[in-house]
Design a protein around this ligand. Structure first.
Ligand code: E4P
Length: 217
C-alpha cells in the first residue's frame, strides 16, 4: 500500500520523504490556506521534493473552467495529479484531462456509485473520505470495502486512495481491505510507529543498561 502525505507543509513532507515514507502528496484548498503559501509556488516545491504524484485541486465548478485550471496546474511539473471534485462537471473535466494523459484524482467521494462513475470517466485515483463518513455515524471503511469489490469485479485500473484518514486504525483497515493508497496527515503516519509496550520495554532496557556501567561508544 502506498503512503501519500496529506499536507502542504514542506518541512513535514521532507522529514517523511527522507525516511522513504512518501509515495506521493495530496493537497486541497484548506491545506493551502493552512500553509499560508501561494498554491503555484508551494506545489512546485513539493513536486521538486517528491518523485510520486502530487495532487493539486482545482477550484472552478464548471467543466471548461476546471479543465483550464487543471491544464495550468499540470504545467507545474510532470508529477502533478489534477484533483477534481466528484460532481457531474468534475467528471466531464476528468474525462478530458485523463484523455490528454494527465493524472486525475477525483475527490470528495462518499458512495460506491460515485466511485464507479469516476472509474468510468478515467480517474487515475478515487478519493473516498472515510473520516468525514465516520463523523456522521457511518462507517467509512465499509465504503472502501465496497469500492474494492466493485473495482475488482470489473478490473478497473483506478486506484483507491483512502482520504480523510484520521487514525492509525484507518490505515490498518485500509491495508487489510487492499486499498491501493492512503493519504494521511504527517501526525497519523508518525503514530504508526507508536506502541506503549515498545516505550515500556525500552525504558526497562535502558534502566538495566545504566546499572551495568558499560558504554558502547
Ligand atoms: C484528501 O485528499 C483530503 O485532502 C483530505 O484527506 C481530507 O481530510 P479531512 O476530512 O480530515 O479534512
Amino acid at each position: 500500500m502506498k503512503f501519500f502525505v496529506d499536507t502542504a507543509e514542506i518541512d513535514a513532507i521532507a522529514e517523511l520523504n527522507d525516511l522513504g515514507m512518501v509515495d506521493g502528496v495530496t493537497t486541497n484548498p484548506s491545506l493551502i490556506l493552512k500553509s499560508g503559501r501561494d498554491i503555484l509556488e508551494v506545489t512546485r516545491e513539493i513536486c521538486a521534493l517528491v518523485d510520486g504524484p502530487v495532487s493539486a485541486e482545482v477550484v472552478a465548478t464548471e467543466a471548461d473552467a476546471m479543465i483550464a485550471e487543471g491544464r495550468k496546474l499540470a504545467e507545474i511539473a510532470p508529477n502533478i495529479t489534477v484533483k477534481l471534485p466528484l460532481t457531474w462537471d468534475g467528471l466531464k473535466a476528468c474525462k478530458v484531462l485523463s484523455g490528454e494523459g494527465k493524472m486525475v484524482n477525483v475527490t470528495l467521494c462518499f458512495s460506491a456509485n460515485q466511485a464507479l462513475i469516476a472509474a468510468k470517466a478515467g480517474a487515475t485515483f478515487i478519493s473516498p473520505f472515510v473520516g468525514r463518513l465516520d463523523d456522521i455515524n457511518l462507517d467509512g471503511m465499509d465504503l472502501i470495502a465496497d469500492i474494492r469489490e466493485i473495482y475488482d469485479n470489473y478490473d478497473f485500473d483506478t486506484e483507491i486512495l483512502v482520504a480523510s484518514v484520521r487514525s492509525v486504525n484507518h490505515v490498518t483497515e485500509s491495508a487489510k481491505i487492499g486499498a491501493d493508497v492512503i493519504t494521511a496527515p504527517p501526525g497519523v503516519i508518525k503514530k504508526l510507529a507508536d506502541h506503549p509496550l515498545t516505550d515500556k520495554g525500552l525504558d526497562a532496557f535502558l534502566k538495566d543498561w545504566a546499572k551495568t556501567g558499560q558504554k558502547i561508544l
